[in-house]
Ligand binder design. Structure first.
Ligand code: IPE
Ligand code: IPE
Ligand code: MG
Length: 248
């Protein structure tokens, strides 16, 4: 079946989309498969989502791949998720780079094996000049950890209290230099933040789909973008059309 053409005007496409890739375990369970099979299927899907992001003209894509709380899962699953990251870098980097994807990491690398840390750093370096899509991989990422890390560095740098502004804090986060996410998508129906981009998401629009991550396809992504395009982002003010009407 041919892909549905998309008709969203470029100025209504979110510049930065962030995704909580949730539901791999339940996807596997519903098929009588082990959870890791769900993570593998999720990784396959990621490739498609990256491609769609490039097609739709999204400039920044942030994906939540492993949270600071995910260390609490059974050791086999944690090991499997580490292996998947390594394997994705080995197998997909060249192709991603060819498509113009610049890889970045948000979170703490320290707890990963030295070999994996090196792989991640090499991948970041190898893609640093690509500019079609910035792909932020949130791996060993937690929003609170990020804020604690920022506060520690702000204090170490001797910033005076009055120097601590919205803009300064943003510069000390792992996402420094990346615009705040316009749209956050969560798959598998959970209505919670799970420690993801808690500072940066202050005014993000949300789209939650019941689909499990491995089933989150181009069609559903388009539905999220269409919904986003129809939203009125007010940032605590009144909408411009209402303002004009009341002043007419
Ligand atoms: C998301 O899927 C992937 C990670 C958190 C690593 P889950 O593994 O959380 O899947 P469910 O929520 O158990 O279905
Ligand atoms: C959030 O999903 C983390 C990732 C997608 C990497 P979880 O499955 O870990 O979140 P909870 O436990 O449902 O809040
Ligand atoms: Mg989950």
């Amino acid at each position: 079946m041919a892909d549905t053409p998309f008709t969203i005007p470029p100025d209504r496409i979110p510049r930065h989309v962030a995704m909580i890739m949730d539901g791999n375990g339940r996807w596997a369970l519903s098929r009588g498969l082990p959870r890791l099979a769900g993570h593998k299927a999720g990784t396959e899907n990621l490739r498609r989502v990256i491609r769609s992001s490039v097609e739709f003209g999204v400039k920044y894509l942030t994906i939540y791949a492993f949270s600071t709380e995910n260390w609490g899962r059974p050791p086999e699953e944690v090991k499997g998720l580490m292996f998947i990251l390594e394997d994705v870098i080995d197998r997909e980097l060249a192709e991603l780079s060819k498509e113009g994807v610049q890889l970045r990491h948000i979170g703490r690398l320290e707890r990963l094996s030295p070999n994996l840390q090196e792989k991640v750093l090499d991948a970041i370096d190898a893609t640093k000049n690509n500019d079609r899509l910035v792909l932020n991989v949130a791996f060993n990422y937690g929003g609170r950890d990020e804020i604690i890390n920022a506060i520690q560095r702000i204090m170490k740098d001797g910033v005076p209290p009055e120097g601590v502004t919205d803009e300064l804090v943003s510069r000390y986060l792992y996402t420094a230099g990346t615009p705040d996410p316009d749209l956050i998508i969560r798959t598998s129906g959970e209505l919670r933040v799970s420690n993801f981009l808690i500072w940066q998401g202050a005014y993000s629009e949300w789209f939650v789909t019941p689909k499990y991550w491995p089933d989150f396809d181009r069609e559903e992504y388009l539905r999220a973008l269409e919904t986003f395009a129809s939203r009125d982002r007010r940032y605590g003010k009144v909408s411009s059309s209402e303002y004009e009407a009341s002043n007419a």
